[in-house]
Ligand binder design. Structure first.
Ligand code: GLN
Length: 546
């Protein structure tokens, strides 16, 4: 029987509930417990798949093809274990289930209401992973902030679960903000008192209070929070701003968050925390021996969350290479033939990002051309790979109007075309090619050298694909399709023969990079960037001595 921890948030959004949940999970895992984390989001979309990245950041995809909240990415990166559809539930999905059941007649004769029907469905889903027998602890992060109208049914479900379970099987962690008023030179506890009171009015009383703060909490402040929020002082945990999210588990260990949780859940005989790999990563991260500059060419670059997993994968790969990766965001919409060299000349490598629609694609194609012609390490992901194929078709094969039918339905050279299975699909939600598919890599290719194996599995999220009608033209011209889906021969990886590092992948490798398992393409890409930087330096100093 699993135990349940619920993480709620008060005062304001963006406090980092996901990171606190993931850090607590990491610590419990490091002490030998089997832990998973799930997120319940109060919005009405069935999943975030149809949301613009500007609205909600990146859409994270799981092995089983669920389009989920980006916090699931943090859960996987911290715990190094995969999540699934069951780990992310929205209000929309809950209502969809209840309404479908109503239509089937499951509630025949009854009025279907928020309480108990919606709350029962929330509870059922909250308990599900715990009932699988695979976990000792299930941590549930509640999206939104306490007091939001849309969170009420979730808080009510938590209240009922807390009431139903034995006291030692359920725990509430409330994350809150302790603002610092510069003029008064004081940390203020009042917003926290109010948020705890609001939660209590809804019937849920927090057992542990985690306080985000820019300044250390004195014992006196801790006592005050404890007294007015009705917890013991050792259940008030300070969460100071950290220089990297990966430091948070260590800070929480120092603060004793895991120990107070274990005590309250009456879990005895736990092991000492085994954080060897984690600490090794942290020490490499904070002691880089070199720096490289990588350009991230995308169209959502104003919003960092839009490329969350890519940025985190760079951090993992950088640490592995003992190298600081400075990412320069370059807006593809403003890249032109005329300004490209000026914009890209200081880079040591460039990554062309995933995306949808026509905006900014010509800039991406220009960027690929620059990388190809200047021997600059290149990595294209999903749309980035498709742009590499189009660039090659236009500038090497000479098919000037080559394009993807996503952007130009009438091109005479549709080198990227809609997948057969996609042609009849009308609905937008959850209908892309999603989740894990296997891929076979050809021997003696860059891809094979990177992965060191013949067969891989990676996650997908796209509708268009490399058009196999042109495969021989590309091979003859030097663009190698080095990885293919073994069932349907879809091209998953392309690379160039005569280039130090040029790879495009139809899948999303960034989704599988974790602290303990940095993704091999990112690791090799940064290695190539290091070599490029070293060569640049050698040429420069050669010139200087001449
Ligand atoms: N828009 C492209 C497609 O649907 C690429 C998608 C992506 O980059 N994730 O195929």
């Amino acid at each position: 029987m699993a135990k349940y921890i619920f993480v709620t948030g008060g005062v304001t959004s963006s406090l980092g509930k996901g990171i606190i949940a993931a850090s607590l999970a990491k610590l419990l895992q490091s002490r030998g417990l089997k832990v998973t984390i799930q997120k319940f989001d109060p919005y009405i979309n069935v999943d975030p798949g149809t949301l613009n990245p500007y609205e909600h950041g990146e859409c994270y995809v799981t092995d089983d093809g669920a389009e989920t909240d980006l916090d699931l990415g943090h859960y996987e990166r911290f715990l190094n274990t995969p999540t699934s559809q069951a780990n992310n539930v929205t209000t929309g999905r809950i209502y969809q289930t209840v309404i479908n059941k109503e239509r089937e007649g499951a509630y025949l004769g009854k009025t279907v209401q928020v309480v108990p029907h919606i709350t029962d469905e929330i509870k059922r889903r909250m308990m599900l992973l715990g009932e699988s027998g695979k976990f000792d602890i299930v941590i549930t992060e509640l999206g939104g902030t306490v007091g939001d109208i849309e969170s009420l049914p979730f808080v009510e479900a938590v209240r009922q679960i807390q009431w139903e379970l034995p006291e030692e099987d359920c725990l509430i962690v409330h994350l809150t903000l302790i603002p610092y008023l510069k003029a008064a030179k004081e940390l203020k506890t009042k917003p926290t008192q109010h948020s705890v009171r609001m939660l209590s009015q809804e019937g849920v009383h927090p057992n542990v209070i985690v306080c985000r703060t820019e300044h250390p909490l004195t014992d006196e402040i801790k006592r005050k929070i404890a007294l007015f929020c009705n917890v013991k002082p050792n259940a008030v945990i300070e969460a100071m701003d950290a220089s990297t999210i990966y430091e948070v588990p260590v800070k929480m260990l120092e603060e004793g968050l895991d120990v107070i949780v274990l005590k309250k859940l009456q879990i005895n005989g736990y092991a000492a925390p085994e954080l060897g790999k984690w600490n090794n990563f942290l020490s490499k991260l904070s002691n880089p021996k070199q720096k490289v500059t990588v350009g991230l060419i995308g169209k959502y670059v104003e919003l960092q969350d839009a490329y969350k997993s890519i940025l985190e994968a760079f951090i993992h790969a950088g640490a592995m290479n003992e190298c600081k990766v400075q990412v320069v965001n370059i807006h593809s919409e403003f890249l032109t033939k005329e300004n490209i060299a000026g914009q890209l000349k200081d880079l040591d490598a460039l990554l062309v990002a995933p995306g949808f629609g026509a905006r900014g694609v010509e800039g991406k194609i220009e960027a690929v051309k620059y990388a190809r012609e200047n021997q600059l390490p290149f990595f294209g992901i999903c749309l980035g790979m498709q742009m590499a194929v189009i660039e090659y078709a236009r500038n090497v094969l000479g098919w000037k109007d080559a394009h993807s039918t996503e952007m130009d339905a009438n091109t005479t050279h549709p080198v990227i075309a809609l997948m057969e299975e996609q042609k009849k699909i009308k609905n937008k939600g959850g209908t892309m090619r999603l989740g894990a598919y296997s891929c076979t890599l050809d021997q003696a290719t860059l891809a094979h050298q990177i992965y060191g194996t013949d067969s891989i599995s990676e996650r997908h999220r796209h509708r268009w694909e490399f058009n196999n009608n042109y495969i021989n033209d590309f091979i003859n011209a030097g663009l190698i399709p080095s990885g293919k889906n073994p069932q349907n021969q879809l091209v998953e990886v392309v690379e160039l023969k005569d280039h130090p590092f040029f790879i495009g992948v139809q899948y999303h490798p960034e989704l599988k990079s974790t602290v303990e398992n940095p993704h091999p393409i990112f690791v090799h890409f940064i290695k190539a960037a290091k070599q490029y930087a070293a060569q640049k330096m050698a040429v420069k100093s050669g010139k200087e001595t001449v």
